[in-house]
Design a protein around this ligand. Structure first.
Ligand SMILES: Nc1nc2c(ncn2[C@@H]2O[C@H](COP(=O)(O)OP(=O)(O)O)[C@@H](O)[C@H]2O)c(=O)[nH]1
Ligand SMILES: [Mg+2]
Length: 327
């Protein structure tokens, strides 16, 4: 035992010996290392404690299921990414199940969704990615869930019409606001710099339950056109649920174009998805770097004045255009 160790070191060492959990051990070891004076005589002990500490931290990580590293992000797929937002039991998972091939757990106890669960919703010839998330609560929301919301193209807000949709929305806005996430078109002027202003779509769920029509009426009277709310039943599905696919697609503000090779048929099943206002050159960039570098002109079927019209690189594309690139 090296000399000159202060009494606090021995207190920490005692805590280490008596520790029952890994995190107690980690805390005690950290204290020992912090207290220990730096000199030649303590080098060996220091190295030994560091080794033990690192082993314990690995253990901790392992028990957590590696959650420190797994900050749960979801790779964007399809035409765009939509994050589900709502308080516990609003029906987020049920809605994802209704619109996609995913099978998130649906249950009438809160906090069933612990990881993001992505599923693809089909709209015509495109797919839109829906990401089911854990609920928002004032007490605690998984920080990674906010990251996913910030990165998503659209927030799909699910309110429970059988409770109190007005206070639900206010709770949601408050929590999101605290994370600098602002619903587009609302109080944007108050947004601090660095805020994330998001497209959104709001549904009032569980319209199959009694009393929900009155709650929706109260909601609509209060917010008028500030927040439009569509009544749905995720459980029963039907027209209102199905219509969400097209509405989400419109909110993505993208367009579909089809690339055609000279003398070949056009494949209308696999559109290239581009942001609205994209040009012929943007399409070329998306398809191949050679096209991008050497593009001379394009021929267009669709928004041109006539079929096969020659257009320049800066021509602005429209949804449904068929383009033949020439280099
Ligand atoms: N009556 C009715 N119940 C629903 C509807 N959508 C979800 N639920 C129920 O509400 C509870 C919570 O649903 P869930 O999707 O797990 O909510 P989440 O916590 O927001 O993901 C479950 O018991 C569902 O069966 C609906 O449209 N109508
Ligand atoms: Mg859920």
């Amino acid at each position: 035992m090296p000399a000159n160790l202060p009494p606090q070191y021995f207190d920490a060492e005692k805590r280490f010996r008596e520790a029952k959990t890994t995190s107690e051990k980690v805390a005690a070891l950290e204290a020992m290392l912090a207290i220990m004076p730096h000199h030649k005589g303590t080098d060996k002990l220091r190295a030994d404690l560091r080794r033990r500490l690192s082993k314990l931290r690995d253990e901790q990580e392992h028990k957590r299921g590696g959650s420190r590293a797994a900050l749960f992000s979801v790779k964007r797929e399809g035409a765009g990414q939509v994050a589900l937002v709502g308080i516990p039991n609003a029906g987020k998972s049920q809605l994802v199940a209704a619109l996609t091939n995913a099978t998130p757990e649906v249950a009438d106890y809160p906090f069933t969704t612990q990881k993001p669960q992505a599923g693809m919703a089909v709209f015509e010839n495109v797919q839109i990615q829906l990401v089911d998330l854990p609920p928002l609560t004032v007490e605690h929301t998984e920080p990674w869930a906010f990251n996913i919301m910030r990165g998503a193209d659209i927030l799909l807000l699910v309110l429970d019409l059988s409770h109190d949709p007005v206070s639900e929305l206010e709770t949601i806005r408050e929590i999101l606001g605290g994370q600098r996430i602002i619903l587009k078109g609302n109080a944007e002027e108050d947004a601090e710099s660095g805020s994330y202003i998001k497209q959104w779509l709001m549904v009032g769920n569980k319209s199959d339950l009694p009393g929900t029509a009155e709650n929706a009426t109260i909601f609509k009277e209060l917010y008028a056109d500030r927040f439009t709310l569509t009544m749905i039943s995720a459980k029963e599905g039907g027209q209102q649920v199905e219509a969400l696919r097209g509405r989400l697609f419109s909110l993505l503000e993208v367009l579909r174009v089809y690339s055609k090779r000279p003398g070949h048929e056009t494949d209308l099943n696999t559109p290239v998805i581009l942001k609205q206002q994209s040009t012929v050159l943007d399409l070329a960039k998306e398809i191949h770097k050679d096209f991008f570098a050497k593009l001379q002109y394009a021929r267009i079927w669709g928004s041109g004045k006539y079929d096969g019209q020659r257009v320049q690189r800066d021509y602005i594309l429209q949804d449904g255009d068929i383009i033949e690139l020439h280099m």
